[in-house]
Design a protein around this ligand. Structure first.
Ligand SMILES: *[C@@H]1O[C@H](CO)[C@@H](O)[C@H](O)[C@H]1NC(C)=O
Ligand SMILES: *[C@@H]1O[C@H](CO)[C@@H](O)[C@H](O)[C@H]1NC(C)=O
Ligand SMILES: *[C@@H]1O[C@H](CO)[C@@H](O)[C@H](O)[C@H]1NC(C)=O
Ligand SMILES: *[C@@H]1O[C@H](CO)[C@@H](O)[C@H](O)[C@H]1NC(C)=O
Ligand SMILES: *[C@@H]1O[C@H](CO)[C@@H](O)[C@H](O)[C@H]1NC(C)=O
Ligand SMILES: *[C@@H]1O[C@H](CO)[C@@H](O)[C@H](O)[C@H]1NC(C)=O
Ligand SMILES: *[C@@H]1O[C@H](CO)[C@@H](O)[C@H](O)[C@H]1NC(C)=O
Ligand SMILES: *[C@@H]1O[C@H](CO)[C@@H](O)[C@H](O)[C@H]1NC(C)=O
Ligand SMILES: *[C@@H]1O[C@H](CO)[C@@H](O)[C@H](O)[C@H]1NC(C)=O
Ligand SMILES: *[C@@H]1O[C@H](CO)[C@@H](O)[C@H](O)[C@H]1NC(C)=O
Ligand SMILES: *[C@@H]1O[C@H](CO)[C@@H](O)[C@H](O)[C@H]1NC(C)=O
Ligand SMILES: *[C@@H]1O[C@H](CO)[C@@H](O)[C@H](O)[C@H]1NC(C)=O
Ligand SMILES: [Ca+2]
Length: 521
C-alpha cells in the first residue's frame, strides 16, 4: 500500500514539474540582444543569415576573440535547462568553441571536413555545421551566466560562428517559496536577506586578510569581487552581516571564479568560525580574455546551509595553495537566505509556531505560539446559580461530574484534562453536579469556589444534608475579546477544579476559576 502510494506520489510530482521558459531569443521574430554583453564583434550587423536561418552573430561577425555573455536573473528554482543552436561557419581547422553554463564547461572542436555548405564562403574548405548544445542541471542560484567564445585565430571572413534558438527553462520552486532545492521539502520559511555585491559601497565592509578593502574586477562583462590581480591564493576575505531577522537556519549561494591553474588547492568557507565547505580544487580551465588578458578561467557554483540563530554572522572565504605560482580568485552572485521564525517570534529552532522559544517584546508564548500579552484575559462570568435539591441527578458511579455543552462528555477523564476552545466560541457554559454520598460520616460539607470578575472571589460552603443531597452549580462564561481559551480541568471522585490559562503581566498564569470539593473532618 505504502509503495503504491509512493509510486503514485512520484508520478504526480513528475506530472506537476514542468520546465517553464523564462527567457528565449534568436528565433522567429525575436531577435533582441538586450541583456547580452558582446566583446570584439567584427561587424556592426549583429544578426546574419545563414541559408534560411537568421542568427545572433554569424558569417564575418563572431570570430577571432569574440566573446558573448548572458547574465540571466532567474525566479526561485531548483533546476535549470539551457539550450541553443550553435553554427560553425567556414574553415575552422581543429579549433574549439567553449561554452560556460555557469560552472559547467562544454567545448567542441570543428575541422574542415564532414560538414555541409549553407553560407559564407562556398569553397571546399568552407563548410558549415550546426550543433545543439543543451544542459540540464541542479541549480538554485539567482543568476546563471552563459559565456560563449572560441579559440579562432584568423580573419572573420575566413572563420566565424553564430547562435540561434536560445532558451532558458527552469523548474520553479513551489508557490510561496523564495528559495528551494527541490519541490519536496517545505520552503515557505526562506526569505532572501542580502545580495553581494550590488553597490560599490558594499565592498567597504569586506576586508582582505583583515586590512585591505576588497575591490572588484570584470571578466566577460561580469562584475567580480576580487579577481585578476585583486585577490590571490592564500588570501582570506571576510565580513560580518548584522541585524539578521530572527531565524533558525541560513543558506548561502555564490560563485567562485578561479584565474590560473588551480589543481592542488583548497577553498574554504566558514560561517562564524564553523567550517562549512572545504573543497579540493582541481579545475580544468579554459582561456578566455578578461580585460584584455587571456587567462585560464573556471567558475564554481557553491551553496551551503547551517543551523544559525544569532543576529550577526561572520563570513570568511579562503583559498589555500602549496604552490608559489601566482593565481587569482574572486566571488560573485552571493546571496544569503535565512529560514525565518514564525510571526512575532524572536528565537526559534524551526519555522513552526510550536518551535518558537522566545517572542518579540510585548508578546509571550502561549501554547507554543506568540500572542500579544493582553489578548488572553480571564473570561468573565455572565451567570452563576447554585441549586440544592432532593432529586438524584443521575446514576453516575461518581458522586461528582462536570458537564458542558461545548465539551464532549466522553473526553473528560479522571485526573488532568487539557481543554481548548478557539476564538470563535464566545460563550462557555459549565455545570458541576455533585451528590453527597449516603455515608454522611465521610462528607460533611461541600466547598465551592467561584472566581468572579474584577478578582472578587466567591467562596461558598454547604453542608451535606440528607434531605438535600444534590448540588448543581451552573455558570456561563463570556469572552471580552476574540481569544483562544485554554483550560486545565482536574477531576477526581471528590473534586472538580477548573483552571483557565491566562496571560497577566507578560506571564502565563494558571487561574482557578471554578471548583467544588467535598471536605470532611
Ligand atoms: C530554405 O527553405 C526552402 C523552403 O522551405 C527550401 O526549399 C530550401 O531548400 C531551404 N534552403 C536551405 C539552404 O535550407
Ligand atoms: C573532423 O571531425 C570529425 C568529427 O569530429 C572527425 O570524425 C574527423 O576525424 C575530423 N577530421 C580531422 C582531419 O581532424
Ligand atoms: C542542422 O544540423 C542538422 C543535423 O546536423 C541537419 O540535419 C540540418 O539540416 C541542419 N540545419 C540546417 C538549416 O542546415
Ligand atoms: C584577431 O583579433 C585580434 C584582436 O581583436 C587582432 O589583434 C588580430 O589581428 C586578429 N587576428 C586576425 C588573424 O585577424
Ligand atoms: C582561411 O583559412 C585557410 C585554412 O586555414 C587558409 O588556407 C586561408 O589562407 C585562410 N584565408 C584567409 C583569408 O585568412
Ligand atoms: C596587513 O597585515 C599584514 C599582517 O597582518 C601586514 O604584513 C601587512 O603589511 C598589512 N598591510 C597593510 C596594507 O596594512
Ligand atoms: C547580472 O545582472 C544583474 C541585473 O539583472 C546585475 O545586478 C548583476 O550585477 C549582474 N551580475 C554580474 C556578475 O555582473
Ligand atoms: C543594527 O540595528 C541597530 C538597531 O536598529 C542599529 O543601531 C545598528 O546600526 C544596526 N547595525 C547595522 C550594521 O546595520
Ligand atoms: C599542502 O601541503 C601540506 C603538507 O604536505 C598538506 O598537508 C596540505 O594538505 C597541502 N595543501 C593543499 C591545499 O594541497
Ligand atoms: C585532477 O584532475 C585530473 C583530471 O580530471 C586528474 O587526472 C588528476 O589526478 C586530479 N588531481 C588531483 C590531485 O586530484
Ligand atoms: C601559500 O602558502 C603556502 C603555505 O604557507 C606556501 O607554500 C605557498 O608558497 C603560498 N603561495 C602563495 C602564492 O603565496
Ligand atoms: C482529588 O483532588 C483534590 C484536589 O486536587 C485533592 O485535594 C484530593 O486529594 C484528590 N482526591 C483523591 C481521592 O485523589
Ligand atoms: Ca561556407
Amino acid at each position: 500500500m505504502f509503495s503504491f502510494w509512493f509510486l503514485l506520489k512520484i508520478i504526480q510530482l513528475q506530472a506537476e514539474n514542468q520546465f517553464e521558459i523564462v527567457y528565449s531569443a534568436f528565433s522567429e521574430g525575436n531577435f533582441n540582444k538586450e541583456g547580452w554583453h558582446i566583446e570584439v564583434p567584427h561587424s556592426t550587423t549583429l544578426f546574419q543569415k545563414c541559408g534560411n536561418e537568421t542568427m545572433f552573430g554569424g558569417f564575418s561577425t563572431f570570430s577571432n576573440d569574440t566573446l558573448i555573455t548572458y547574465n540571466s536573473s532567474l525566479p526561485p528554482h531548483y533546476q535549470v535547462k539551457v539550450s541553443f543552436k550553435y553554427w560553425k561557419i567556414d574553415s575552422w581547422n581543429n579549433e574549439w568553441v567553449y561554452i560556460f553554463f555557469d560552472d559547467k564547461l562544454k567545448k567542441e572542436m570543428f575541422n574542415l571536413t564532414e560538414d555541409y555548405q549553407v553560407c559564407g564562403h562556398f569553397d571546399k574548405d568552407s563548410f558549415e555545421k550546426n550543433v545543439t548544445f543543451q544542459i540540464q542541471m541542479i541549480h538554485s542560484s539567482k543568476f546563471i551566466f552563459i559565456i560563449i567564445t572560441s579559440n579562432l585565430d584568423q580573419n572573420a571572413q575566413n572563420e566565424s560562428w553564430g547562435i540561434n534558438d536560445f532558451k532558458i527553462e527552469i523548474l520553479k520552486c513551489p508557490k510561496g517559496c523564495m528559495y528551494c532545492q527541490d519541490d519536496i521539502l517545505p520552503c515557505d520559511f526562506w526569505i532572501h536577506f542580502k545580495s553581494f555585491w550590488i553597490t560599490p559601497s558594499e565592498f567597504d565592509e569586506w576586508k582582505i586578510d583583515g586590512n585591505t578593502t576588497l575591490s572588484s574586477s570584470v571578466c566577460a562583462g561580469l562584475n567580480i569581487a576580487g579577481g585578476y590581480h585583486k585577490l590571490g591564493s592564500n588570501q582570506t576575505v571576510q565580513s560580518t552581516i548584522f541585524n539578521l531577522t530572527s531565524h533558525f537556519i541560513v543558506q548561502v549561494e555564490f560563485k567562485i571564479w578561479l584565474f590560473g591553474n588551480w589543481d592542488v588547492d583548497q577553498f574554504i568557507l566558514k560561517l562564524d568560525n564553523q567550517e562549512l565547505l572545504n573543497e579540493h580544487l582541481n579545475q580544468s580551465a579554459h582561456e578566455i580574455k578578461c580585460q584584455g588578458n587571456k587567462q585560464n578561467v573556471s567558475i564554481l557554483n557553491f551553496r551551503a546551509q547551517m543551523n544559525h540563530s544569532q543576529s550577526s554572522m561572520e563570513i570568511t572565504f579562503t583559498t589555500l595553495s602549496n604552490s608559489t605560482q601566482n593565481k587569482y580568485w574572486g566571488i560573485n552572485a552571493f546571496d544569503l537566505y535565512i529560514g525565518k521564525c514564525s510571526i512575532n517570534c524572536e528565537q526559534c529552532y524551526g519555522p513552526g509556531y510550536q518551535q518558537c522559544t522566545a517572542c518579540i517584546k510585548d508578546w509571550v508564548i502561549f501554547k507554543g505560539e506568540c500572542v500579544y500579552y493582553n489578548k488572553i484575559p480571564p473570561l468573565t462570568f455572565d451567570h452563576i446559580s447554585i441549586v440544592q435539591q432532593l432529586t438524584k441527578i443521575s446514576n453516575n458511579i461518581h458522586s461528582i461530574q462536570l458537564k458542558s455543552d461545548q465539551i464532549d462528555q466522553e473526553t473528560i477523564k479522571q485526573g488532568e484534562n487539557e481543554i481548548e476552545f478557539d476564538q470563535n466560541i464566545s460563550i462557555l457554559n459549565f455545570e458541576i453536579q455533585a451528590q453527597c454520598q449516603k455515608n454522611l460520616n465521610i462528607h460533611n460539607f461541600i466547598q465551592i469556589y467561584i472566581r468572579q470578575n474584577n478578582e472578587q472571589q466567591y467562596f461558598h460552603t454547604r453542608s451535606c444534608q440528607e434531605n438535600l443531597p444534590t448540588i448543581i452549580i451552573k455558570t456561563n462564561l463570556l469572552q471580552k475579546f476574540e481569544q483562544t481559551k485554554q483550560f486545565l480541568l482536574n477531576v477526581n471522585e471528590t473534586s472538580v477544579e477548573l483552571y483557565q490559562l491566562v496571560i497577566l503581566e507578560y506571564q502565563q498564569t494558571k487561574l482557578l476559576i471554578l471548583s467544588l470539593n467535598f471536605i470532611w473532618t
